[in-house]
Design a protein around this ligand. Structure first.
Ligand code: F6P
Length: 564
């Protein structure tokens, strides 16, 4: 990270240059930038680790990039990358490193962090996870009544849910063949609705729960866990509706039906999780960066350990590139700089994530946490208010569905929005039936045609049409909306790992330039505290008269509904 005494980014010489430069580009339409430069694709496209990053449709030119690279240099990005990867305490408010990259180092690597080589511990925890995965895949893990497990429900929220959910969905095609049939599910919401559905359908004898929580204090997860525990105890003990010959103790039921994943082993033990069913990770792994280690257990259960290791290898390839590639060829740096340009110089503060592959359905939700929980900050690392914009509002959905939902606003609304289009080049090669393969490949071509068409229309507006005759205003497209396209050679564990790491590092680059700490999330704490107070009042144990009129009204409406 840059030094603690550094000046704010908006006083750096390159920032000032960029402000002037932005004014000179303000009236230049993207279509003219293309018209003037036949080599834009070559100039603004880079490839690494099975990914192609096309930044040619950003509203910038060669000079912009040069000034942005100067800004990255002045803001200390190279030194910050070194500090991150070498385990310095870059998370200043919590005084610890942010070492998610250590989770994907190969076994023979060495990373000494404050006197300890962490790689050995990382690989030991992976080996422990592998042993659990093997038992479940072999059908050797038995429930309390002796039956092999069919359903694994991950109970977690935020980083303990979104990463595993997104990756298991994306890589469902990579399920290993010939293993004991196992289905993996996710329940995150504190209202219990996802869990209630599972409890109504699954057999408790063949269902286990993974309690995933770095802190092991998150009420959302613990409330689901307690409901699940009661359900199991109620149904499996001799007094439940599944009587067994010998009485089943609560201890046995909890032992055979819960795995814990946390950085707090004492809390797991206190809750009742037996030591050999506890998977550990470390305080130096941020929740939203934790899918690479034991929080990734659901991923390994779905795709197997070999594919899980491929995911790690893909991310590691991106880490190596991030560390070694010159700034002008460095994908995460370039992607981060494009964002800085849009937010701080073109004043574009909305960002949409649009994958054109149904397997990436949860990618936008995952990035919403990664980007906005990391960089949704307004004080510098030294605790001073910032005087410039930081993280944009980021949202998204599968592109083909979003075309029929919010693309209208992208094309004709009053907001400027930058879009990230994401798609694999190859798909469906392994579909066995030739007819089905032919149809599905045609559908893939259709999806790519739409993906490429949308970024083209956003860029060119009406000019995308060859015959641009007179048209009424309501049918006109102004274009000039910037976008990035990320192409994956193919969606594999390795390219997905590289894609996620690309975004993780992009977020870091932007945080360095904005001089904010991307690794804490103090903004979510007050809400949790006030929710505890509010719950006491709802339960009749607090003083409602201290509350504002709206909150009082809402609680009284709830009380009235409870009486009906
Ligand atoms: O409340 C926010 C947060 O702390 C996220 O950063 C985290 O991913 C999520 O809650 C879940 O936390 P835990 O894994 O400790 O249950």
């Amino acid at each position: 990270m840059a030094s603690a005494t550094r000046t704010t980014p908006d006083t750096l010489p390159a920032w000032q240059t960029l402000q002037q430069h932005a004014q000179s580009l303000q009236r230049v339409h993207l279509k003219n930038l293309f018209g003037d430069d036949a080599s834009r694709w070559t100039n603004f496209t880079r490839q690494v680790a099975g990914l192609t990053l096309d930044l040619s449709k950003q509203r910038w030119d060669d000079d912009t990039l040069e000034h942005l690279l100067a800004l990255a240099h002045e803001a200390g990005v190279p030194a910050a990358i070194d500090a991150l990867l070498s385990g310095k305490r870059v998370n200043v408010s919590e005084n610890r490193p942010a070492l998610h990259t250590a989770l994907r180092l190969p076994a023979d690597a060495v990373l000494n962090v404050e006197g300890t080589n962490v790689v050995g511990d990382v690989h030991e925890s992976l080996a422990q996870m592998e042993r659990l995965v093997q038992r479940l895949h072999a059908g050797q893990w038995r429930g309390a009544t002796g039956k092999p497990i069919r359903h694994v429900v991950n109970l977690g929220v935020g980083g303990s849910d979104l990463g595993p959910l997104m990756v298991t969905h994306a890589l469902a095609d990579y399920r290993p063949k010939g293993i004991h049939p196992l289905e993996v599910h996710f329940a995150s919401t504190m209202d219990g609705s996802q869990l209630a559905d599972y409890l109504s359908r699954f057999n408790p004898e063949t269902t286990i729960f993974v309690l995933s929580s770095k802190s092991f204090t998150t009420i959302d997860t613990l409330s689901n866990a307690n409901t699940a525990k009661d359900w199991l105890l109620g149904r499996l003990s001799t007094h439940g509706d599944i009587p067994s010959a010998t009485p089943l103790s609560a201890e046995l039921i909890v032992r055979q039906h819960f795995i814990g994943v946390s950085a707090c082993p004492e809390k797991m033990s206190e809750w009742g999780i037996t030591a050999d069913h506890q998977l550990m990770f470390w305080e130096w792994v941020g929740g939203r960066y934790s899918l690479w280690g034991t929080i990734g257990l659901p991923i390994a259960l779905v795709v197997g350990m070999d594919n899980f290791r491929e995911l790690l290898a893909g991310a590691h390839a991106m880490d190596t590139h991030f560390r070694d590639a010159p700034m002008e060829d460095n994908l995460p740096i370039l992607l981060g700089l494009a964002g800085i340009w849009n937010v701080n110089f073109l004043d574009i503060r909305a960002h949409s994530i649009l994958p054109y592959d149904g397997r990436l359905e949860y990618f936008a939700a995952y990035l919403e946490q990664l980007e906005m929980e990391s960089n949704g900050k307004s004080v510098t690392r030294q605790g001073h208010p910032v005087s410039y914009s930081t993280c944009p509002v980021l949202w998204g959905q599968l592109g083909p569905n979003a075309q029929h939902a919010f693309y209208q606003l992208l094309h004709q609304g009053t907001q400027s929005v930058v879009c990230d289009f994401i798609a694999p080049l190859k798909r469906y090669d392994d579909v066995e039936d030739p007819d089905t393969r032919r149809h599905l490949k045609a559908q893939h071509r259709l999806a790519l045609a739409n993906c490429f068409a949308q970024s083209r229309v956003l860029m060119l507006g009406d000019d995308a049409l060859e015959d641009d005759g007179p048209r009424p205003e309501h049918k006109r497209y102004r274009g000039n909306q910037p976008s990035t396209t990320v192409l994956l050679d193919k969606l594999t564990p390795a390219t997905l790992g590289a894609l996620i790491a690309l975004y993780e590092h992009k977020v870091f680059v932007q945080a360095v330039i904005w001089d904010i700490n991307p690794f804490d999330q103090w903004g979510v704490e007050l809400g949790k505290q006030i929710a505890t107070d509010t719950q006491a009042i709802i339960d009749g144990k607090g003083d409602i008269s201290r509350m504002d009129a709206s909150s009082r009204g809402l609680i009284e409406a709830f009380w009235a509904a409870e009486q009906e």
